[in-house]
Write a protein of this length. Structure first.
Length: 180
C-alpha cells in the first residue's frame, strides 16, 4: 500500500515517566510544523490546584486522575480533529501507557483521515528516575508538576508494553527511539 504524502499524521508519543516524551514531542513538532498536545500541561493547568493530597500512607486516587485525563484527552482530540480537517499533522504527548488507549487514538486518527505513527521511547529506569528528580528539583524545561516516587512507581505498574500484534497494526510501522 502506497502512503499518501498529503495525509496528515497523528504522532503518538509513547513511553514511561521520565523517558523524554515531552522533549521528544517538542522537537518532533518543530520538525513537522505540527502543534503538540501534552497531557501534563493540560492536567497541571486545569486541575493542578484541585489535585487531592497523596503521600505516605495515602494512596494515589487513580479514579480521580483517570476521569480528568479522559476529559482532557477528549478535548485534545476534538482540537486535533480540527487540525486534521485542515490537513495539519498533530503531535500527541499523552503517554499512551495502556494498549487500549493507544488503539483508541489510532482508530480516532484513521476515522479523522490521518495516519497514526507511534513513537516509542525506551529509556532505562535509572536514567528516568534521575531525569524526574532533576526536573522536580529545577522546575524548568518540561516541568509541569512534581512527580513523587510514589507517582513514578504507580505509573510503572500502568505501562503495557507493545506486543507484536500492536507493533504491526500501526501504519507506517512503529518507530522506536532508544534515547530521547
Amino acid at each position: 500500500m502506497e502512503k499518501d504524502l498529503d495525509r496528515p499524521v497523528a504522532y503518538l508519543i509513547c513511553g514511561k515517566v521520565g523517558s523524554g516524551k515531552t522533549t521528544y514531542a517538542t522537537r518532533l513538532a518543530a520538525q513537522t510544523q505540527a502543534p503538540v498536545f501534552s497531557i501534563d500541561a493540560w492536567m497541571a493547568t486545569l486541575f493542578g490546584a484541585d489535585t487531592p493530597a497523596s503521600g505516605v500512607g495515602r494512596p494515589i486516587d487513580f479514579a480521580w486522575y483517570a476521569e480528568r485525563v479522559d476529559r482532557c484527552e477528549a478535548m485534545i482530540w476534538e482540537l486535533c480533529k480540527q487540525q486534521v480537517a485542515q490537513h495539519r499533522s498533530v503531535v500527541l504527548d499523552l503517554g499512551f501507557l495502556r494498549m487500549a488507549r493507544r488503539k483508541k487514538f489510532v482508530e480516532w486518527a484513521a476515522a479523522a483521515g490521518a495516519d497514526a505513527q507511534l513513537h516509542l521511547l525506551e529509556v532505562d529506569i535509572t536514567t528516568r528516575r534521575e531525569r524526574v528528580a532533576a526536573r522536580n528539583r529545577l522546575r524548568t524545561g518540561t516541568f509541569s508538576f512534581a512527580v513523587t516516587d510514589e507517582m513514578f512507581d504507580f505509573a510503572e505498574t500502568l505501562f503495557e508494553p507493545l506486543d507484536a500484534t500492536e507493533m504491526h497494526q500501526v501504519v507506517p510501522p512503529v518507530q522506536v527511539c532508544r534515547t530521547a
